[in-house]
Design a protein around this ligand. Structure first.
Ligand SMILES: Cc1cc2nc3c(=O)[nH]c(=O)nc-3n(C[C@H](O)[C@H](O)[C@H](O)COP(=O)(O)OP(=O)(O)OC[C@H]3O[C@@H](n4cnc5c(N)ncnc54)[C@H](O)[C@@H]3O)c2cc1C
Length: 388
């Protein structure tokens, strides 16, 4: 393994891979990316639902989406590897007057930034997603350019091109410590020895707080378990009555969401009882709560069998916004953390922005809402309301 590097990136998920790619595109190739698992993209990145949307409540997140979705649309040409990307839209269902009010403000914000978001009534929403029961839905919003992309393809695309440009990727190496001398990063310790470096990127997803602690930085990111279930028609049963497109449907009040997955259906829902944990064991006793909500919105689920399920970790920040940029108090430590369950889709832009910051370029992006210092000296900024 290399013993010195200009930049060391900790974590081989979508964030680490995107930073590596964008640094390499800027000509910074004395970079080592370290991943403790034997494969890349096996953390949160490998367990996510692939959703990609413009529909956020915070202007900075909408801007991340505009740039990221643009790159996903050009991925094969620009990054050099094909990805699976279906832009069949995101449909948000709203069943309370207060949600309708919130969405009115946010749709105005999204449209002001050039996003084509439509207002629909319940019947129009049901027509877009065959099988959906829209009883009680007061209104819905739909953006056709939102969609579902392939997290593994995107991460591996970034990683392969970064490697071909000269970046070193080491797997099966765990970072165990960070040496800070006179307030600046000096080296990192790993299970395969020390690497001297003056620049470290914390791209450790739900483990970001632990990496921050190694350098003496408080990175307020909590791991929160989220489940995904896959439903399929039972043996000899008729096909599920689900949309033929890959439209993503989100019942905003309950956070129940679904999209077609092969011949079946991928669905999930937030569990408000979850407390921070690194445990990714599937809690099967949560399934009945999800099904209670799910069959109301999608009655065909009553006849389906659950073919499999998994759990992964959201990397929650206190305000639902990510932390992107220099770490407060430790020179040479950079953060790309706390994406609060919507990081996959923002990894293309976030990696570009952080690569610009690391190399001293102007990122042409106001990072105030994402600043590490907002939790201390800078004071709170508006966070993100659309955390599903
Ligand atoms: C169930 C679920 C559904 C989701 N759905 C969506 C969605 O629809 N759309 C969306 O945009 N986002 C979604 N997300 C969120 C998204 O998956 C994350 O925001 C994103 O994957 C974060 O990427 P990352 O690279 O920061 O983290 P990770 O993918 O977790 O990568 C971090 C890596 O760091 C490595 N690491 C940690 N500590 C060390 C160490 N000490 N040494 C070496 N390596 C280390 C880990 O092994 C890991 O591979 C979902 C998440 C979950 C759990």
């Amino acid at each position: 393994m290399k013993r010195t590097a200009e930049v060391v990136i900790i974590g081989g998920g979508c964030m680490g891979a995107s930073v590596a790619y964008h640094l390499a595109r800027l000509g910074v190739t004395d970079v080592v990316l370290l991943e403790r698992e034997t494969m890349l993209a096996t953390g949160s990145t490998g367990r996510n639902a692939g959703g990609v949307r413009h529909q956020f409540s915070n202007e900075a997140n909408i801007k991340l989406s505009i740039e990221s979705i643009g790159l996903l649309e050009r991925f094969a040409d620009e990054v050099g590897h094909p990805i699976d990307f279906h832009q069949d839209g995101y449909l948000f269902l709203l069943s309370s007057p207060s949600s309708v009010d919130t969405f009115k403000r946010n749709v105005a914000l999204q449209r002001g930034l050039g996003i084509e978001v439509q207002w629909l009534d319940a019947a129009e929403a049901a027509a877009l997603a065959p099988g959906l029961n829209a009883d009680g839905v007061l209104a819905a919003t739909f953006c056709r350019r939102d969609g579902i992309a392939d997290p593994n393809g995107v991460t591996m695309g970034f990683a392969r091109t970064a490697q071909s440009l000269g970046v070193t990727i080491e797997r099966d190496v765990e970072v165990t410590g960070i040496t800070v001398a006179a307030g600046r990063v000096a080296a990192i310790e790993t299970t395969r020895g020390t690497i001297d470096t003056r620049t470290v990127v914390n791209a450790a997803g739900p483990h970001a707080r632990l990496i921050g602690k190694m350098a003496g930085a408080d990175v307020p990111v909590d791991p929160i378990r989220r489940h995904i279930f896959i439903a399929a028609p039972g043996p000899g049963q008729t096909p599920l009555h689900v949309p033929s497109s890959h439209i993503m449907v989100i019942d905003f009040e309950t956070t129940f969401y679904f999209h077609r997955e092969g011949a079946g259906l991928l669905f999930g829902m937030g569990d408000r009882q979850e407390t921070p944990t690194f445990d990714t064991t599937v809690q099967w006793d949560f399934l009945p709560q999800v099904i209670d909500v799910a069959v109301t919105r999608l009655p065909t689920l009553a006849d389906a069998s659950i073919s499999h399920a998994w759990a992964g970790l959201y990397e929650m920040s206190p305000d639902g916004n990510p932390i992107v940029g220099a770490a407060e108090g430790v020179e040479g430590l950079f953060l790309i953390n706390g994406f609060s369950g919507h990081g996959f889709q923002h990894s293309p832009a976030a990696g570009r922005i952080l690569a610009d910051v690391i190399t001293g370029r102007d990122p042409h992006f106001d990072l105030t809402p994402f600043a590490h210092a907002r939790f201390s000296t800078l004071g709170a900024a508006a966070g993100e309301r659309y955390v599903v």
